[in-house]
Design a protein around this ligand. Structure first.
Ligand code: SF4
Ligand code: F3S
Length: 269
């Protein structure tokens, strides 16, 4: 396969908190400066770019024209569909987020939905979902879509998808939820550092108890590691420093569809 040089990337933010942009710039290998200066050509990214207003709009327009059919479109945030999409509009034309996404998807080589909002609707889609929030795959049809859920998506997985694409010209192998298998083929519980305590029946029973001090298993405190597929138990976050279970508060299944309604903070009966 042809080895590509600096793949063009357009990154848009819809109904989001910019947490995935924040996570992305904390990539530890390669670091963000190497990614931006040597691996991708970051054509548009609202949080990182200097341009604003009409200048930013012009840059987006130029990037789409120049790299038609070649750019990766990164999407962060959900798409509000209630009230004709008026919960989210952008630019001088007052285009809705849905129109914006549909227009920019048309000329993309592939779409990378980052974070649980862009993949499955995430927190904005939690009941009662006032904005009618949806994920990219519910809106965009007929284009390759790669889902990298989690809140935020792990930079290792975002960068992994980019490097795979740069080196092979292909998107990585995906599972039925369009997630890269290299990242989401693992169950948290199967690679958890507290698993021996689970197997031994040693649980944290109350916050701050002796079990908590001894890093016992968090299942009884509501840990959703047994139902969650993600590789954070292996790669961790923040340069491998730590991750939710490592800091002792359990997994809330942040990378699973509908996690907020189904999983977050509920303790087993
Ligand atoms: Fe499983 Fe969670 Fe216990 Fe780890 S802390 S062993 S993921 S239940
Ligand atoms: Fe999310 Fe659970 Fe990992 S909350 S970051 S999937 S440990």
């Amino acid at each position: 396969a042809e080895v590509m040089n600096r793949v063009p990337v357009i990154w848009i933010e819809l109904q989001d908190c910019a947490g995935n942009s924040e996570a992305f710039i904390r990539s530890d290998g390669p670091k963000v400066d190497e990614i931006i200066l040597e691996i991708i050509s970051l054509e548009f990214q609202e949080t990182l770019m200097a341009a604003a207003g009409h200048q930013a709009e012009a840059q987006l327009h130029d990037a789409v024209e120049t790299f038609k059919g070649k750019y990766l479109l990164f999407v962060e945030g959900s798409i509000p569909t209630a009230m004709n999409g008026f919960y989210g509009t952008i630019g001088p034309s007052g285009e809705t987020f849905e129109e914006h996404l549909t227009r920019l998807s048309k000329d993309a080589a592939a779409i990378v939905a980052v974070g649980s909002c862009a993949t499955f609707g995430g927190v904005p889609a939690a009941a009662p979902n006032p904005t009618g929030a949806k994920g990219v795959m519910d809106i965009v049809k007929g284009k390759p879509i790669i889902n990298i859920p989690a809140c935020p998506a792990n930079p290792a997985n975002m960068v992994g998808v980019i490097l795979h694409y740069v080196l092979t010209g292909q998107i990585p192998e995906l599972d039925s939820l369009l997630r890269p298998k290299f990242a989401f083929g693992y169950r948290i519980h199967d690679n958890c550092e507290r698993r021996a305590h689970f197997d031994a029946g040693e649980f944290v029973e109350e916050w701050g108890d002796e079990g908590a001090k001894n890093n016992f298993c968090l299942y009884k405190m509501g840990c959703k590691g047994p139902m969650t597929f993600n590789n954070c138990s292996i790669v961790r976050y923040n340069e491998g420093v730590n991750w939710p279970i490592g800091v002792g508060r359990g997994c809330i299944g942040c990378s699973e569809p509908d996690f907020w309604d189904k999983y977050a903070y509920e303790r087993p009966m």
